[in-house]
Design a protein around this ligand. Structure first.
Ligand code: NAD
Length: 247
């Protein structure tokens, strides 16, 4: 049996971990990219492999904002799991700061990790995808890339850029048999939102029509749908997973 291979960036925890678990359960070989969380990534791969029906998970370290590390990550994935046919660009960082307090270095880091990383990973994945006329790319954007978040101009702008990149990719790559879509989570219960103040959390909760935070699994199910056959004719779209928050 041949298993398709997925690579999930920032896959050791939070939304990325839920995506890894969902894809593995659906029969993908999964490369779990991590940067600093080695233990989490290695333990996750071991736990998945223990109950595997034949597919494999591996943990791969790379700073996805670094071109040569990304290149090595794809080489290692191909060597151990085969060609990547599904790329999930999930890595992201956030920061709450006033517009006027954000430094140039903070702006550059935000864009390097949140969007340059996607360009670098897509560039690596596309060589084989174009050759095989088959591939799916799913980018994790954010509701804030669509509606803008106060005190997060660099985060919101980077997430809006991801939507532009997704639509461009869909237009350029459609005829090559490759779909490119984005998922825009709202307020999801992970380490990223745990860092917010109680006041910020309560304000966010108050503006969610469904009245609760989303789970990483809610986002993972949307990614799995876009990765699957049922979404074969969907490209260039941004799927909101936000309990109605962006309406
Ligand atoms: P998280 O902080 O738990 O996960 C982010 C992951 O990215 C971590 O595994 C981290 O190690 C990894 N990472 C950071 N810098 C990296 C680098 N240079 N190279 C490789 N990996 C790196 O946060 P999360 O909530 O799980 O976020 C996942 C994605 O979802 C992010 O893109 C985030 O912007 C997006 N998102 C989250 C929410 C939310 O409410 N939690 C809402 C909208 C969008």
């Amino acid at each position: 049996m041949i298993y398709p291979t997925a690579l999930v960036t920032g896959g050791s925890r939070g939304i990325g971990k839920a995506i890894v678990q969902q894809l593995f359960e659906q029969g993908y070989n999964v490369a779990i990219n991590y940067f600093r969380s080695e233990t989490c990534a290695v333990e996750l791969a071991a736990a998945l492999n223990k109950h595997s029906l034949g597919n494999k998970a591996i943990a791969i370290c790379a700073d996805v904002s670094n071109a040569s590390q990304v290149e090595i990550m794809f080489e290692e994935t191909k060597k151990h799991l085969g060609t990547v046919s599904l790329l999930v660009n999930n890595t992201g960082i956030s920061q709450q700061k006033l517009f006027t307090d954000i430094t140039e270095a903070e702006w550059d880091t935000m864009f390097a990790v949140n969007i340059k990383s996607m360009f670098l990973c897509c560039r690596q994945a596309l060589t084989d995808m174009i050759h095989n006329k088959n591939g799916k790319i799913i980018n994790i954007s954010s509701m804030w890339g669509q509606v803008g978040a106060s005190c997060e101009v660099h985060y919101s702008a980077s997430k809006a850029g991801i939507i532009g990149m997704t639509k461009t990719g869909a237009k350029e790559l459609g005829k090559r048999g490759i779909t490119v879509n984005a998922v825009a989570p709202g307020f999801i219960d992970t380490d990223m939102t745990a860092a917010l103040t109680e006041t910020a959390k309560n304000a966010a909760l108050g503006s969610i029509p469904m009245g609760r935070m989303g789970t990483p699994e809610n986002v993972a199910k949307a990614v799995a749908f876009l990765a699957g056959e049922d979404a074969g004719y969907i490209t260039g779209q941004v799927l909101a997973v936000d309990g109605g928050m962006s309406m």
